[in-house]
Design a binder for this molecule. Structure first.
Ligand code: MF3
Ligand code: CO
Length: 251
């Protein structure tokens, strides 16, 4: 499938969908505290997205049973909400998707409940920073895999590893469009970036090994060494200059 170039009117719709996702993350941030169950967080996410006249895009996607992915500590991505209660020190990755007027937004943040170890705190900071290192290269005329290499270089320079088995993606009228966007170096520079492409860039970073295991629930991805993982994702728009972050939050 070719990489779609969005028209100005499509871009406007992507902005509105992105805004819903950003507002949902902002709302969730204020609700992530010790004692709440991840099921409760799913419930309020679902309600909040619907209150914005949008549709939670993860719900029933390939059979996924919830409106948000909540991945705690050694869980890397796709954690399923449950009766589990958050406790102080948990590293909680929250991934949200919404559809508004037929267009998708997709973003993730990693939050810390109370206080965690210095090591975990650094992991969360480096994961977020790796996204911004990557998107420095995300402009028309550059090549896609320059972003991938920059993310990997930054993460590894800080002593952590990037997950190789899951990747970012194009996004638009579908949650997952071409191209796939790895967070690690390729042996070529990849497709040329053009103005109007919309991409979900999403580094998944592990404290220890990059090896992961898929749990028997068919969704939850954990680190093989059970050390902590973090995730950071935004939907961005390629321009002639720095990309526009369509799911920008103030954190
Ligand atoms: N944000 C994830 C991604 O980019 C989507 C979660 S998968 C789902 O692939 F099944 F929960 F939708
Ligand atoms: Co995504």
């Amino acid at each position: 499938m070719p990489i779609t170039i969005k028209s100005d009117s499509e871009i406007e719709k992507m902005r509105l969908a992105g805004k819903v996702v950003a507002k949902t993350l902002e709302y969730l941030k204020n609700n992530i505290t010790a004692g709440v169950t991840t099921k409760y967080l799913n419930q309020i996410t679902d309600e909040f997205i619907k209150s914005q006249n949008a549709i939670p895009s993860f719900k029933n996607y390939n059979g996924y049973p919830a409106s948000v992915c909540i991945s705690i500590n050694e869980e890397v991505i796709h954690g399923i909400p449950s009766k589990r209660k958050l406790v102080d020190g948990d590293v909680v990755s929250v991934d949200i998707g919404a559809i508004l007027n037929g267009y998708h937004g997709d973003a993730a943040r990693t939050f810390i409940v109370g206080k965690t170890s210095i090591e975990n705190q650094k992991l969360v900071d480096v994961t977020q920073k790796s996204f911004f290192e990557g998107i420095k290269l995300a402009k028309a005329g550059n090549h896609l895999f320059d972003i991938s290499a920059a993310i990997q270089d930054f993460v590894e320079a800080n002593g952590f590893s990037v997950v190789k088995d899951y990747v970012g993606h194009g996004i638009g009228t579908q949650m997952h469009e071409a191209p796939e966007i790895p967070n690690y170096r390729q042996n070529r520079r990849g497709p040329k970036l053009e103005k109007g492409m919309t991409l979900a860039i999403e580094p998944m970073v592990n404290l220890g090994t990059d090896e992961i295991i898929l749990l028997d629930d068919g969704w939850t991805v954990i680190t093989a060494d059970k050390k902590c993982a973090a995730h950071y994702e935004n939907t961005i728009l390629i321009t002639d200059g720095q990309p526009e972050i369509l799911t920008a939050t103030d954190f």
